[in-house]
Design a protein around this ligand. Structure first.
Ligand SMILES: Nc1nc2c(ncn2[C@@H]2O[C@H](COP(=O)(O)OP(=O)(O)O)[C@@H](O)[C@H]2O)c(=O)[nH]1
Ligand SMILES: [Mg+2]
Length: 445
């Protein structure tokens, strides 16, 4: 039995209006002790809010009878004046009348438990609240609308069919018949693996878009990396000097371009040195390259362009999966040298020429990657982990089929795959998982 919960849903502080939400089986009787609920088929009423005989405020009462509410249970919302005192007194009155204080995310948890949202959609609600730019907002909305739920449902159906085929064979195992054509099974599993891999591969970009796309600015000392960061931010964020080795640590700043959030990371120069601090800086620079989605290789355009530079670039990228990276060569200090420039982007961190071009290239490159994923993008680490488990279980299935293992053994791995797939939307779940997910929410949501 669900409890009846209440919380202030608007942010803490003083505002024009505050919203207090009440949801659960006793919402209507509790609310009725303080206000007149909307009647005659209306959903709103303007009503005095009374505590005993004392008038606290004039509030707008909105009634959402079950099951047509966010939580699926009877829900009443009170829009009161946004005084801290009024909000707190109103909430306290509801608690005194029998409601319990809602835990973080408990309204959304009720919605999940009542089948109003699946787990992946509930997580999307938290992402939506956290979204800070157009791109992360779009990802959250798409997940809220079901996102790749249709894809997951499809995968699930395929898995269920496979399991059914195998289990049919089990029922007749005495008669030594093979209903399931093993070759057909193997190609079905391979197709499943392919679809899951596509989802798994979309995570690095999806996650970058959600958290800000990391752009590492790398190159030799003194080529103008810190100047470029400052120019992009239009701010004197990093120290610029003609002394090589000025930047020893990585500096990170966020900039939103055309709805995409980029995290620019200025790094120490990539030169070998005996200075222990500079060496740490260099190692950090290499770490940033590994983690970055975009890498800007900056060089000094006044120096002769040599193939050695490209060699160095390739060396740095050695062992890093290339399909994940977007790389640009930036010829800086273009104000000091006349064109033509080698291919790449010529700009001047000092005069600002070419900066807009760089920004356009960045946005375009990311948008192109997004188009490739055909709108299906994984952004949630929990989902990624679940899909990896599915992959692993399917590897076992493939192996089992290849080794001609008995159907019952293969079926165990198939059910394992189904189990992990089910954790994403919450068909299979545990209190512990729910606890972790909903604790990310704010109180009142
Ligand atoms: N003329 C000119 N000088 C620049 C430009 N960018 C950087 N510099 C100068 O180059 C030197 C090194 O710059 P800095 O940003 O500290 O390089 P970093 O070591 O790569 O971070 C400084 O004296 C800057 O003023 C540019 O676009 N044009
Ligand atoms: Mg620097």
């Amino acid at each position: 039995m669900s409890r009846t919960i209440a919380a202030v849903s608007t942010p803490p502080g003083i505002g024009g209006i505050a919203v207090v939400r009440l949801s659960g089986p006793d919402a209507i009787p509790i609310a009725s002790r303080h206000v007149s609920l909307p009647a005659d088929g209306r959903s709103h009423s303007l009503s005095p809010f009374r505590i005993g005989h004392t008038l606290l405020d004039e509030v707008v009462v909105t009634l959402f009878p079950a099951p047509h509410s966010y939580t699926g249970l009877d829900t009443v919302e009170f829009s009161c004046h946004g005084s801290l005192y009024v909000q707190q007194a109103l909430l306290q009155a509801l608690l005194d009348s029998g409601a319990s204080l809602a835990e973080p995310g408990e309204f959304t948890r009720q919605a999940f438990l009542n089948g109003r949202l699946n787990l992946s959609q509930a997580e999307a609600v938290a992402d939506l609240i956290d979204s800070t730019n157009a791109a992360s907002h779009r990802l959250a909305i798409s997940q809220l609308r079901g996102g790749y739920a249709h894809l997951l449902a499809q995968l699930r159906q395929q898995l269920v069919d496979l399991t059914a085929l195998l289990e049919l064979e089990l029922d007749f195992s005495d008669e030594d018949v093979e209903f399931a054509d093993r070759r057909q099974l193997r190609s079905l599993v391979a197709e499943l693996q392919h679809n899951i891999t596509r989802l798994v591969d979309s995570f690095s970009l999806g996650n970058a878009i959600k958290r800000g796309i990391p752009v590492a600015i790398v190159g030799k000392p003194n080529v103008g990396k810190s100047s470029l960061l400052n120019a992009l931010l239009d701010d004197d964020r990093a120290i610029v000097s003609p002394i090589p080795g000025t930047t020893r640590d990585t500096i990170e700043e966020t900039l939103t371009l055309d709805g995409l959030s980029f995290r620019f990371i200025d790094t120490a120069g990539l030169r070998r040195t005996d200075d222990p601090i500079e060496t740490i800086g260099r190692d950090r620079a290499i770490q940033s390259i590994r983690r970055a989605t975009v890498i800007l290789f900056v060089r000094d355009a006044t120096e002769p362009f040599s193939p050695a530079f490209l060699d160095e670039v390739h060396q740095l990228l050695d062992g890093i999966p290339q399909q994940d990276k977007i790389t640009f060569i930036v010829h800086n200090k273009a104000d000091l040298t006349p064109p033509p420039y080698p291919s790449g982007i010529a700009l001047s961190a000092r005069t600002g020429q070419g900066l807009d071009q760089l920004k356009q290239h960045l946005v375009q490159a990311v948008r192109q990657r997004m188009d490739h994923t055909e709108g299906v993008m994984l952004t949630n680490l929990r989902h990624l982990e679940a899909l990896r488990q599915v992959q692993q279980a399917l590897n076992h299935v493939e192996q089992g089929l290849a080794d001609n293992l008995p159907a019952d053994l293969v079926a165990i791995d198939l059910r394992d795959a189904l189990h992990h797939l089910g954790t994403i939307t919450g068909q299979v779940t545990s209190d512990e998982v729910l606890g972790t997910i909903f604790s990310r929410f704010c109180i009142g949501k």
